[in-house]
Design a protein around this ligand. Structure first.
Ligand code: GDP
Ligand code: MG
Length: 851
């Protein structure tokens, strides 16, 4: 054997010898296991004949460590051990044999460790040699020859102990099925000597796979294969060492009861947003039935013709040991201009401000005050219609854009849709109150969004105002205001008197300057929908906050699942404008449908593109909903089955004038209820109540709730005909209260028990026609004929029921007082004995209300 032939596998084999082995399990869990590799000198006996032993399928040769194949990692070993243990439990009679196997494997593991160490050593020496060689190139030739001899020696050793190399190549991460193992286990029947040709074929397969393969396996596998190739290349041998190894391994596996696994290829599976189960199976080259089964195991009841979402599919792909590659088939979206702006194109833009804080701390008042002050100082005309955002100019000339939708719901629901439009949060805290739950929530929201905050301490006109308390309170929530030598600006204001408003605006302007907000006005516009509604007469209208570029009249755009051509732009003062640049809020007319708050608007070039994108998004959303619907997990099914028994549901259909209201109502309604009763919003949307809303409501026995909207004529007719209730509201609190009351009606009345008396049985008589009658003394309270009774014997309840008779002397009576004697007989129960105690109780039902 030549030097190079010997060296190569050693070098490559080294790749696998890291101290950590990563185990991967299903559902993406992984675990790192430390592989101990002591660097100690171990003399490994080189046995050239070790692999040349018999290929018999018997397990007896396992006892000889030199004949055992060693292509198994520790983790793999562990896995097999676990399986072995399970088998042990099943087959107790084979226990002894198994124990023996285990011992042998322990030996083997020890041996393998030694082998690895030896190989390491060899490699170290090899590397050392190389280094020296490079350094001492100009030295005497004799020395070089000497070194060459040393290398040859190392190489020879390596070639003579191919088991070591096999050990290295086998030490692949367990969990994922290593293809190197597979062929051995693939055909359990072929235990006897296998024709050499087949082995070669498999080897070729393996080599190909290794070339295609991924990750850390590469080096090892190719190392091994190179060795095999090298050995084969030598010729003269009738059977390659690798083939012998495989055969032995196969025999061993068979003896151990493993190895019924099918051969597996790790595939890259292209995974779109949703995928039909059958298609997923095709892409993994697995049977659809198996995929359905795997899904079932994960608690998903789907057929192979249903779609599942990408997240679920990814779990399945991992379960099958493949690799998911997420792809977006949204090529149509690529026409949207996403080019990064060059720094020199950027211009500063006004900040966008959201006001947050606890209810009644004065958010609305503050927004109004800021707006009023500004409108009044500007041109006459007072407050124009509200479009969800407005701009003000400070005394120093800075322009600020306020989102006119106070509260966290708007903030978070926009953020949830990926539209982070806010640059600065103004946290309103009332000086006569303290930091309240929603204040904390607002702080958390602002922090989560990484948006700087300015604290407006409001209601400072009030006599009991204590701004200092607010400041100290805020400390507890890690908001350190400037007055407390922190870096959060704080301003004392009064929305009522207007005190401090200018200071607040200047503080905002200052903060904005620090942020250096910039955008490129000279590009196709991109913006976020703040509010959208269906306007009678004007059609769908969306208030859009332009984020970059300039939106112009006549622009063609796509917004969420809708598209349109800008027919008119109306600014916050109610004026028609020709264009709107960055941070400018405008009402956009010319949509073909009502988008949702948080949707992103993008200007595109042609109508065809806009329509194509909108259609694509609509379809994608539909698919996603279908997938979500199909992906009813077993848990959900069970929860629902249970729910049917225990939980009453009040379904409702909600229609509102604007998206913001619809969302607020849905959120409020979702919060109603407890573990027994809940409100389920079947559908919520924007616009008039239509026939289809009524149809949906009828199907579920739900009322339709119209918030600031009315039913159209066909819907009214349908509702009358189908007996669907339509309720109109214009105040959310009223709506929520009513629904709460309705939901309370579903609460089962609580039954309370009141003990009214005790009686002791003195004697038992047998009365013909009546049965056993107990002669009792009422010891406490009263005995009432109509009441419920329990029979207690030694304080154990042995019967509960009602009375058949209550007699005082010969007369049937309604009630017997304490201290009196009476006769009692139970309905449908006869086993009464002297000294038993009868407990008499009444039940009352109490109507309950939802908190
Ligand atoms: P929001 O729930 O945070 O929007 O609070 P509102 O703006 O609705 O205000 C709640 C109540 O506090 C209203 O009755 C306002 O009149 C009152 N209020 C708001 N700001 C001030 C203020 O600066 N001073 C006083 N005295 N009352 C205020
Ligand atoms: Mg308010």
């Amino acid at each position: 054997m030549s030097d190079t032939d010997g060296k190569k596998p050693l070098g490559l084999g080294g790749g696998s010898r890291s101290g950590q082995v990563k185990q991967s399990f299903s559902h993406g869990r992984t675990k790192s296991v430390v592989v101990e590799t002591k660097r100690k000198r171990v003399v490994v006996p080189t046995k050239p004949g070790a692999a040349g032993g018999s290929g018999s399928g018997s397990s007896t040769h396992l006892g000889d460590p030199s004949k055992r194949p060693a292509g198994i990692s520790d983790a793999e070993m562990e896995r097999r051990l676990a399986a072995l243990r399970a088998a042990k439990a099943r087959e107790a009679e084979e226990a002894a044999q198994r124990a023996e196997d285990e011992r042998q494997r322990e030996e083997e593991r020890q041996r393998r460790r030694e082998e690895i160490e030896a190989k390491e050593r060899a490699e170290r020496e090899h590397e050392e040699a190389l280094r020296l060689k490079a350094e001492e190139e100009e030295r005497a030739k004799a020395e070089a020859e000497e070194k060459a001899r040393r290398e040859a020696d190392i190489a020879r050793r390596a070639a003579n102990a191919p088991a070591r190399v096999a050990a290295a190549s086998g030490a692949a991460p367990a969990g994922a099925v290593t293809p190197a193992d597979e062929p051995r286990t693939g055909k359990p029947g072929a235990a006897g000597p296998t024709p050499r040709k087949t082995d070669r074929e498999r080897e070729r397969e393996e080599r190909e796979r290794a070339n295609r393969g991924k990750g850390g396996d590469d080096g090892r596998r190719s190392g091994k294969l190179t060795l095999s190739a090298a050995l084969e290349g030598e010729g003269g041998r009738t059977r390659s060492l690798a083939a012998m190894k495989r055969k032995q391994e196969k025999a061993r596996q068979k003896a151990m009861g493993f190895g019924q696994k099918p051969e597996k290829q790790v595939r890259d599976v292209q995974l779109p947003e949703t995928i039909v189960v059958q298609e997923l199976a095709n892409r993994m080259a697995e049977r659809a039935g198996d995929v359905v089964k795997a899904l079932m195991k994960m608690g998903m009841m789907v057929s192979m013709n249903q779609s599942i979402d990408a997240d679920t599919a990814e779990l399945v792909i991992e379960e099958f040991g493949h690799k998911a590659v997420r792809v977006s088939d949204a090529d149509v979206e690529q026409v949207i201009d996403t080019v990064e702006d060059k720094p020199e194109d950027l211009r500063s833009r006004p900040p966008i401000i959201t006001i947050m804080g606890h209810v009644d701390h004065g958010k609305t008042s503050l927004l109004d005050a800021i707006r009023h002050a500004n409108v009044v100082s500007g041109e006459a005309g007072g407050i124009t219609q509200h479009i969800g955002a407005y701009q003000v100019t400070t005394d120093s000339g800075a322009v600020l854009t306020f989102l006119d939708t106070p509260g966290h719901a708007a903030f978070t629901s926009m953020r949830a849709r990926g539209a982070q439009v806010t640059d600065i949060v103004v946290l309103v805290v009332a000086a006569d109150d303290a930091v309240m739950p929603q204040t904390i929530e607002a702080i958390n929201h602002a922090k989560a969004a990484k948006v700087p905050m300015i604290v407006a301490i409001n209601k400072c006109d009030k006599p009991d105002a204590n701004p200092q308390k607010v400041r100290t309170d805020l400390l507890q929530h890690e908001v350190v205001v400037e007055a407390m030598s922190g870096d959060v600006q704080d301003v004392e204001v009064s929305a009522k008197t207007g005190k401090g408003l200018d200071a607040l605006l200047e503080a905002i302007a200052l903060q904005a300057e620090i942020l250096e907000l910039k955008a490129n006005p000279n590009r196709p516009a991109q913006g976020a929908v703040i509010e959208a509604k269906l306007d009678v007469g004007r059609g769908p209208v969306a208030t859009v906050l332009v984020q970059s570029g300039t939106l112009k009249r006549g622009d063609i755009f796509v917004v969420g699942e809708q598209w349109g051509k800008v027919r008119a732009l109306i600014n916050d003062k109610g004026d028609r404008v020709d264009d709107a640049g960055p941070s400018v809020p405008v009402e956009v007319l010319g949509l073909n449908g009502t988008p949702e708050a948080g949707d992103v608007l993008n200007v595109v070039e042609t109508e065809a593109q806009a329509r194509e994108i909108a259609d694509y998004r609509e379809q994608a959303a539909k698919d996603k909903r279908a997938a979500a619907g199909a992906a009813t997990t077993l848990e959900q099914l069970m929860a629902r089955a249970k729910a049917d028994k225990d939980v009453s549901e009040l379904p409702v259909v909600v229609k509102a004038d604007v998206q913001g209201s619809a969302e607020a109502i849905t959120q409020a309604l979702d919060k109603i209820g407890n573990e027994e009763v809940r409100v389920r919003v079947l559908h919520s949307g924007v616009g008039a109540i239509t026939e289809s809303d009524v149809g949906l409501a009828e199907a579920s026995g739900a009322p339709v709730i119209g918030f600031n909207v009315r039913a159209n004529a066909p819907a009214r007719a349908a509702a009358n005909q189908k007996g669907v209730e339509i309720r109109y509201y214009s105040i959310i609190y009223d709506l929520v209260d009513d629904i709460k009351a309705a939901a309370s009606g579903l609460l089962k009345a609580e039954v309370r028990e009141n003990f009214i008396g005790y009686a002791k049985i003195l004697e038992v008589f047998k009365v013909s026609g009546v049965g056993k009658v107990a002669g009792c003394l009422v010891t406490e309270g009263v005995a009432r004929r109509s009441a419920g009774v329990r029979l207690l014997r030694d304080n154990v309840v042995i019967h509960e029921g009602t009375l058949k008779t209550l007699k005082r002397f010969k007369d049937e009576v309604k009630e017997v007082q304490s201290g009196q004697e009476c006769g009692m007989a139970f309905e449908n129960y006869d086993d009464v004995r002297p000294n038993d105690v009868i407990e008499i109780f009444e039940r009352e039902t109490v109507e309950r209300k939802l908190a």
